[in-house]
Design a protein around this ligand. Structure first.
Ligand code: SF4
Ligand code: ZN
Length: 310
């Protein structure tokens, strides 16, 4: 097929807007969309020090490329990457390797922190301990809390003013559906492109510049730009509720192109309404164990660690 904007052969079909684009026009639209997301939501300031949560997968690798190019143009802005090594056999070593290679290629400062050093055990060891729990939660629920917490702490310690994560359109739609199904409306109030409603020195505001980018377009962008990314799947991923939701959403999108964009739009309209209705749960407490932010006496991170160690 021919590109809808020139006579070149198309490299992408965007079903939701019924167009075909050649490599040049696809890349240009993709980058324009991200710059628009950043501008519209005031994600960056000219003097930001940005930490990028890098897993070496397509999303965070593309994010690192785009942000490192953008920041080169702004003298006072700086960027570095943080990788968390969860300690998952057959997976984590590759994550660290791909991330390091990418940072070296792009000339970006890179920091790696491991579950083993920071919490005293790998995720594999933790998953093993969880087998003794009466009710076994999915490994991902632990991994997610521990990783998010570490990323925030390390980004803050390294002087970041923003923490950029590679959440894409699909991730946001999945999160929205999961929260709705679980009836966790409070969590929806914490969604958005800039997560940091709670102003607190302990919390590095999180930004999601890829939030309006469909997952398959990120993969295509990475391939067209020859960005080497890791496409290995973590062995625990199958267990997650998220993978069921992902399949359902992809099925809906296939039959009704544009559904994901519509869901994101509805989400963004709903967030302020819910924030108003829920009066946003503040996190004024400091965890009595680690001193990080907590909604109760002990933060989620320490609560999990206590449970594991007991
Ligand atoms: Fe952690 Fe689950 Fe992601 Fe694996 S799939 S890295 S266990 S959150
Ligand atoms: Zn704590």
């Amino acid at each position: 097929m021919q590109c809808s904007q020139c006579t070149n052969e198309s490299a992408a079909e965007l079903k939701y807007s019924s167009i075909f684009l050649c490599k040049h026009h696809f890349i240009s639209l993709f980058e324009k969309r991200i710059r628009h997301t950043i501008r519209q939501n005031k994600l960056l300031r000219h003097d930001d020090r940005i930490a990028v949560g890098l897993s070496g997968g397509k999303d965070s690798s593309v994010l690192l490329k785009i942000l490192s190019e953008l920041t080169k143009k702004v003298r006072k802005t700086s960027i570095f990457a943080v990788t968390i090594d969860e300690g998952i056999s057959g997976y984590s070593d590759f994550v660290v390797e791909t991330s390091s290679a990418l940072c070296e290629e792009m000339g970006v400062e890179h920091h790696v922190f491991s579950f083993r050093n920071e919490i005293g055990m790998t995720l594999d060891e933790l998953a093993d301990k969880m087998k003794n729990f009466e009710k076994q939660p999915p490994v991902c629920s632990y991994c997610g809390v521990l990783r998010r917490n570490l990323l925030n702490i390390k980004a803050r310690e390294l002087g970041a003013t923003k923490l950029a994560i590679g959440h894409n359109l699909d991730d946001e739609c999945q999160a929205m559906l999961m929260n709705l199904i679980r009836g966790d409306l409070n969590r929806i109030t914490r969604m958005g492109t800039l997560v940091g409603v709670i102003r607190n020195e302990k919390f590095v505001p999180k930004i999601k510049p890829l939030r309006e980018c469909p997952e398959d377009e990120i993969r295509l962008y990475a391939n067209l730009n020859e960005i080497k990314f890791n496409s290995l799947k973590c062995s625990y991923a199958q267990q997650s509720f998220r993978s069921t939701i992902r399949k359902a959403l992809n099925d809906i999108e296939e039959k009704h192109p544009g559904s994901k964009f519509q869901l994101l739009k509805s989400t963004d309209e709903l967030i302020p309404v819910l924030r108003e209705a829920h009066k946003i749960e503040e996190l004024p407490n400091k965890c009595k164990i680690c001193g990080e932010l907590a909604s109760g006496e002990v933060c989620k991170f320490c609560e999990l660690l206590q449970k594991i160690k007991n």
